[in-house]
Write a protein that binds this ligand. Structure first.
Ligand code: 4AD
Ligand code: MG
Length: 440
């Protein structure tokens, strides 16, 4: 075909705008059904899935034969007329007129992922290809929707996006989960655990800020909630209290769930997500103190002691009675990070909050109010055995116009797992990094 004879090139999602027209769609062969006289190559192009119809009597013989010989995931460009077809998954079909094969996947070495069940390790080893599957496509479209909703919410509520560094000289969330990096030959730095400390500096310059990027924890936990590299959105506000932090977290979560329901129903359906559970997510969320949470856990048979952090099972137990995220505040100061503001009325608890997702998904948000007094901060840095010199700039923020301030971090992958109803966070990120997995 000469270039002049080319048909308009569209993507599958645009099919509805071209009914009755002959168009060209580039993509990959998702599946092929065939009989002697008719073949149904199913095309995917990243925007959708479209069934094509190739009728032997209407096509040159060689063309019909090459359609019949197509192999899964071969890259192809189909040309044909779009027709409305209420029974088809997307509502349209294409009557095939021509086919260009860009690369035919050889039969001798076929596409490794077939509709049969594969084990999770096999799929993770083939993550670079697994991404093409319908379920993974749905999860990652929802991931994008959630990221966009987070940005839209914060951007329209006066927050300025200020990216924080990945190479950092100091620990934010405890020294036991740091990844150390040799920074040339003169210094050791760590991969960031959280952008919070830098957010505190930008918040004093811009008022309301956020950072949204990858964070790293050398956590030796092999659970369904832990990645070693995960994405976190972290808003931070000057002149803010614990109550302000809770309100923003609550509004953000409600907004994000609403957006997914508005724009990603089809993907939620692919995942067979019970959307009534998501439709229920409205403010206000139940709130309780750590003390009350411990009491509730005792009633539920947990043996947790006052002063201990919640384990995964405790988080699941706490969430199971509510159809909403639960906000737990005022954890023991001793188990929280050095920067947490102790409650002035009761210094053994800190003005921090965790948000636990419903349906047993555990903690999705952690945050609170930060120490703003210089002396107290210095004392806490010492008590945690942290080197003051690594925090000199952070300490400076308490010397020059210090104010009460606070913020939180929301784990993107934990949110996705909850909203999609997934068993494990490993499917929520294109290329998961876990204790025993750094490939592909
Ligand atoms: O509770 P965390 O440790 O809080 C902070 O890092 C604060 N500095 C944030 C802030 O106030 N700006 O982590 C926040 C959230 C958790 O609630 C969880 O959703 C997620 O980050 N998270 C993880 N997600 C996946 N894998 C891991 N290993 C995670 N660790 C934390
Ligand atoms: Mg936490």
């Amino acid at each position: 075909m000469t270039p002049a004879a080319r048909r308009p090139r569209i993507s599958i999602v645009q099919a509805g705008l071209h009914v009755g027209e002959t168009v060209e769609i580039p993509g990959w062969l998702y599946n092929l059904r065939r009989s002697g006289k008719i073949a149904f190559p199913i095309l995917r192009d990243g925007t959708g899935i479209l069934q094509c119809v190739a009728v032997k009597s209407q096509l040159p013989e060689s063309l019909f034969e090459s359609v019949k010989g197509l192999t899964q995931e071969s890259s192809i460009i189909v040309t044909g007329r779009i027709r409305q077809e209420p029974r088809a998954p997307g509502g349209y079909e294409l009557d095939l007129e021509n086919l260009e094969i860009f690369q035919r996947v050889p039969e001798a070495e076929p596409y490794p992922i077939t509709p049969k069940e594969h084990g999770i390790d096999f799929l993770l080893d083939h993550r670079h290809l697994w991404l093409r599957s319908r379920r993974q496509h749905a999860v990652l479209k929802i991931r994008h929707e959630i990221s966009r909703a987070i940005r839209d919410y914060l951007d329209s509520h006066g927050f300025t996006l200020l990216d924080t560094p990945v190479f950092t000289p100091a620990a934010c969330e405890g020294t036991t989960t740091l990844f150390e990096v040799n920074y040339f030959d003169h210094e050791k730095v760590y991969l960031t655990q959280s952008g919070q400390l830098y957010n505190e500096a930008t918040a004093m310059a811009f008022g309301k800020v956020y950072t949204f990027g990858p964070t790293f924890r050398a956590e030796r936990s092999k659970t369904r909630r832990h990645l070693t590299e995960f994405w976190m959105v972290e808003p931070e506000m000057a002149y803010a209290t614990l109550e302000d932090v809770k309100q923003v977290a609550e509004e953000l979560i409600v907004f994000v769930v609403g957006r997914v329901l508005e724009n990603r129903r089809a993907e939620l359906a692919v995942l067979e997500r019970d959307v009534s559970k998501l439709e229920n997510i409205k403010a206000p969320f139940p709130r309780m103190s750590y003390d009350q949470a411990v009491e509730l856990l005792h009633q539920k048979g947990s043996e947790i002691q006052w002063g201990a952090d919640f384990g995964g099972t405790d988080e699941t137990l706490l969430g199971e009675d509510f159809n909403l995220p639960v906000m737990v505040d005022r954890f023991p100061t001793a188990i929280k990070a050095f920067y947490m503001q102790p409650d002035p009325e009761r210094p053994e608890v800190a003005l921090g909050v965790d948000v636990l997702a419903p349906e047993g998904y555990g903690e999705i948000v952690g945050g609170g109010q930060r120490i703003h007094e210089l002396d107290l901060l210095l004392r806490r840095i010492d008590e945690h055995g942290l080197p003051r010199e690594a925090f000199d700039w952070y300490i400076d923020l308490r010397r020059f116009g210090t104010v009460p301030h606070g913020g939180f971090g929301m784990g993107l992958e934990r949110c996705i797992a909850w909203i999609c109803g997934l068993e494990h966070v490993r499917e929520t990120i294109p290329f998961p990094r876990m204790l025993y997995r750094t490939r592909p």
